[in-house]
Design a binder for this molecule. Structure first.
Ligand code: PLP
Length: 424
């Protein structure tokens, strides 16, 4: 028999790698597309973070207003890190045969702050999996028809992708689950769609995040709920990006006092530390999983280490008043953005937002790309919107300090001046 020898693992410890080595490994093992993207942002390596700050290997420091909406608590919030580290030391993953007290605690904490009646929590590992859970719950109730809004973003797994209405993501993977897309914010369009076929599962965001921070007209969510009741539809509210305080309220649902059949939660639930998401359902919506817990499972879903993060995140948001803080910081921040970008005139088409979800719509995609790069150069991380490339998106933490806010203003002032030069 050939003796088994351990394979040689090449490479230096990650923290000591050079930019060239890392880019080379990206090209060889993660893909040239990812290497190209990293080069476009200057080939800077991020190696540490705390609060609103991200630190690079070359000594540069950034204020993080991006993170695709994950860092409401900032990076490495001590309460979440301590809860996770303690759980890792004690019992990171579970046997799955015995009772898991930390899952019970996380579900209880989450159910306490979701709208009344949303009591049943199914934990998963990512936002897209939360969407899958909702689709499967609807199917288990016999509803196969799917309706979502144009510009909506609900994840990229093959089920969720049917709802993420963007041909660029969908086309290579057709046929997908059949889904219909209606204009966002248009209750009449939803009424017509619901009237035209069998009962459906309707998946909507309270504010479209990746769609470019699109705020629906007042009363829209309430109308969606009423229409779903009228036509026997399953109402899924995707709060993966908007939930847990991002909008300056616990939920987008709170702004119109609606209660969906299923509420999707992700991003901030991680506390910025461990990936975790959830679908929170009413007793009636959850009934199929209540009857048979093996209907929808995943090895790592709801693992103790993720439950420790989720529990600590929810408690910290509540106890540190981060929802109110997101509301107040959002008012200050949008004013700063408007003031500093005013010299750009009509190069900026619109600045809008709610709480700490702020969109800057530029006249065209090229200008939006330049704004992102100038801000990066000035030490500020922001994101473009995946479904609306003209819209630069800010999703900063609710733990921004005065000095973070001043750095943000300075970065916008510098980026505005640099863009203005290019416009003349
Ligand atoms: N739903 C919404 C509203 C989102 O914003 C996102 C991600 O941006 C998702 C679903 C998918 O979440 P994930 O990327 O964790 O799969």
């Amino acid at each position: 028999m050939t003796p088994v020898t351990a394979p040689t693992v090449r490479g230096t410890a990650p923290q000591e790698s050079s930019v060239a080595d890392v880019l080379d490994a990206y090209r060889k093992h993660l893909g040239r597309g990812r290497a190209r993207l990293a080069s476009m942002t200057g080939g800077v390596m991020e190696i540490a973070s705390y609060g609103a700050r991200v630190f690079a290997a070359d000594g540069r420091e950034y204020v993080d207003c991006g993170g695709y909406g994950v860092f409401l608590l900032g990076h490495c919030h001590p309460r979440v890190v301590e809860a996770v580290v303690a759980q890792v030391r004690r019992h990171p993953l579970a046997s799955r045969l015995l009772l898991e007290p930390v899952a019970a605690a996380a579900a209880t904490a989450l159910a306490e702050i979701t709208p009344p009646g949303l009591d049943y929590v199914h934990f998963v590992n990512s936002g897209a999996e939360a969407t899958e859970t909702a689709i499967k719950l609807a199917r288990a109730h016999g509803l196969q028809r799917l309706i979502s809004a144009t510009g909506g973003y609900h994840g990229k797994t093959t089920g969720a992708l049917a709802l993420t209405a963007k041909p660029f993501y969908q086309d290579p993977f057709r046929p997908l689950l059949p889904a219909e897309h209606i204009p966002y914010g248009d209750a009449e369009a939803l009424a017509s769609a619901l009237a035209a076929g069998p009962a459906a599962c309707v998946v909507i965001e309270p504010v479209q995040g990746e769609g470019g921070v699109v705020l629906p007209p007042p009363g829209y969510l309430r109308d969606v709920q009423l229409l779903c009741v009228q036509y026997g539809a399953f109402f899924v509210l995707d709060e993966i990006q908007t939930g847990l305080g991002r909008l300056g309220t616990w939920w987008g649902a709170d702004t119109e006092d609606v209660r969906p059949d299923v509420l999707l939660v992700g991003k901030n639930l991680s506390g910025g530390v461990i990936p975790v998401a959830a679908a929170v359902a009413t007793a009636e919506a959850y009934a199929p999983f209540d009857r048979d817990p093996f209907l929808h499972t995943s090895t790592f879903a709801g693992a103790p280490v993720a439950m420790a993060a989720a529990h600590a995140a929810v408690r910290t948001i509540a106890e540190e008043g981060l929802v109110e803080q997101a509301h107040l910081l959002g008012i200050d921040l949008i004013d700063r953005v408007r003031d500093t970008l005013a010299p750009l005139g009509d190069a900026v088409a619109d600045i809008r937002g709610k709480g700490l979800l702020i969109g800057i719509e530029m006249r065209d995609e090229a200008l939006a790309g330049e704004l992102v790069l100038h801000l990066l150069e000035a030490g500020l991380l922001v994101n473009h919107s995946l479904n609306a490339h003209r819209v630069v998106r800010l999703t900063p933490p609710a733990v921004l300090t005065r000095s973070d806010l001043d750095r943000i203003s300075e970065a916008f002032t510098a980026a505005s001046a640099a863009l203005l030069k290019g416009l003349h």
